[in-house]
Design a binder for this molecule. Structure first.
Ligand SMILES: Nc1nc2c(ncn2[C@@H]2O[C@H](COP(=O)(O)OP(=O)(O)OP(=O)(O)O)[C@@H](O)[C@H]2O)c(=O)[nH]1
Ligand SMILES: [Mg+2]
Length: 404
């Protein structure tokens, strides 16, 4: 009996010792877990060191593997770019010409554009005494340069009055007078900035391109996108010319060259207004600075085209205010383009004119008549088919160019 009691006591003691040892071990292990959780792993913990070394080795191996993969990808990409380049040379995003260098180059180009009107006028006006027929020649020259009947008559009248008053002898003086008169006609102080360039402009600032087919809308949209990209602006373009599939492709090519996204429809003949709506949505969503919408210049009939343009504008305005509607006018068509231009102005309302193809035109005088007849300024001029051949219209440079 006694023996049993002793054994029971010993058993209890053993169990108690085991329990105490267990609880000490448990509390130590909990502390270690806590320390680990708090990043305080004992530096001399061999297991931790081993695990860390193993993890480091694994990470290093993974990194080396990833690097090898990346190198392989890069060489694949280089190869595919090379093959893409050989198939399509303009696939790489380009950086557009800087604003300063473009303006200098285009000024020189404008001056060399061979406009005969300045020279002819200057030759006539350099004479000592102008006869009635000389004055008629002056007026004819202005008319040929597409200055417009009213403006030409006005200019000749002013010059005649001046000649009578000053006695007109010094050719340099005549030239200076002519320059002043032309500048007055062109409008030297007109605000020609695009809405997107003005402080406090809407963001995104919307530009809709309109005009008769072939005048240069799509080309100008592309050139404009490049211009904004060169200024560090974020641009989205919308291909609302769904009249022919090639139009969207053409705009996409321009977009791809400067990394500007183009919103287009997958199917031919889709509703252009819905493309414009989507493009406005995308521009808003991506917080773009500028949205440029290209439109069709030709439809089955004129009233269709005009309805369509009106709708494009209304639908776009459900998303964003339309700050600018640019009418693209081909300078080589001269006065002939004016009647159609007026129809566009009535249908959608225009805020400015882009005079395209001024490089191939002897009819620079159209600047004067177009502003007079449409009541909006010429804001940009196209001076070639090259991607950077678009310049803000500069009255001084323009007048110097035609008098050179
Ligand atoms: N020389 C010269 N050619 C230009 C200029 N602007 C555009 N072009 C050319 O004119 C042609 C027609 O240009 P587009 O931009 O396709 O004309 P569009 O108004 O979009 O024509 P549609 O889409 O058919 O209505 C193209 O060959 C352009 O390269 C310019 O300033 N100078
Ligand atoms: Mg086009």
């Amino acid at each position: 009996m006694e023996m049993n009691t002793v054994l029971a006591v010993i058993g209890v003691i053993v169990v108690a010792v085991v329990l105490i040892a267990l609880s000490i071990w448990l509390s130590k292990s909990r502390k270690r877990d806590l320390d680990r959780a708090m990043g305080k792993v004992a530096p001399d913990d061999q297991r931790t060191r081993d695990a860390k070394a193993a993890a480091d080795a694994r990470l290093a191996a993974e990194a080396a593997e990833a690097e090898a993969e990346a190198a392989a990808d890069a060489s694949d990409a280089a190869q595919s770019t090379q093959s893409a380049q050989s198939a399509e040379p303009a696939a790489e995003p380009e950086s557009p010409e800087s604003v300063g260098s473009r303006l200098t180059r285009l000024k020189a180009k404008l001056a060399k554009s061979g406009n005969p009107f300045g020279k002819a006028l200057f030759d006539i006006l350099a004479k000592d005494n102008l006869s009635e027929s000389d004055w008629e020649d002056v007026e004819d020259t202005l008319l040929l340069a597409d200055v417009g009947a009213e403006a030409s008559a006005q200019l000749v009248d002013d010059l005649r009055t001046d000649a009578r008053i000053t006695g007109k002898s010094d050719p340099a003086e005549v030239r200076a007078t002519l320059k002043e008169k032309l500048l007055d006609l062109v409008g030297r102080d007109t605000d020609r900035r695009l809405n997107a360039e003005k402080p406090g402009a809407d963001k995104p600032s919307v530009i809709i391109m309109v005009g008769v087919n072939g005048t240069g809308k799509t080309t100008t949209a592309g050139k404009l996108a490049r211009l904004f990209v060169a200024e560090g602006k974020q641009v989205v373009m919308g291909a609302a010319d769904t009249f022919r599939a090639a139009a969207a492709d053409q705009l996409e090519t321009w977009g791809a060259r400067v990394n500007v996204p183009v919103v287009r429809s997958d199917k031919d003949g889709a509703d252009p207004a819905s493309v414009a709506f989507e493009a406005a949505g995308k521009a808003k969503e991506s917080d773009a600075d500028v949205l440029i919408i290209d439109t069709a210049g030709r439809l089955q009939n004129k009233s269709n085209l005009m309805d369509e343009l009106g709708k494009i504008r209304r639908v776009t305005e459900k998303q964003l205010p339309v700050g600018e509607v640019l009418l693209v006018l081909d300078a080589t068509t001269g006065q002939n383009g004016m009647a159609q231009a007026k129809v566009f102005a009535e249908a959608i309302g225009i805020t400015g004119v882009v005079l395209s193809k001024l490089d191939g035109s002897a009819k620079g005088g159209i600047v004067i008549s177009v502003q007079k007849e449409l009541g909006v300024p010429v804001k940009l001029v196209g001076l070639g088919e090259g991607p950077d051949d678009l310049a803000p219209f500069d009255p001084e440079g323009f007048v110097d160019g035609i008098l050179a």
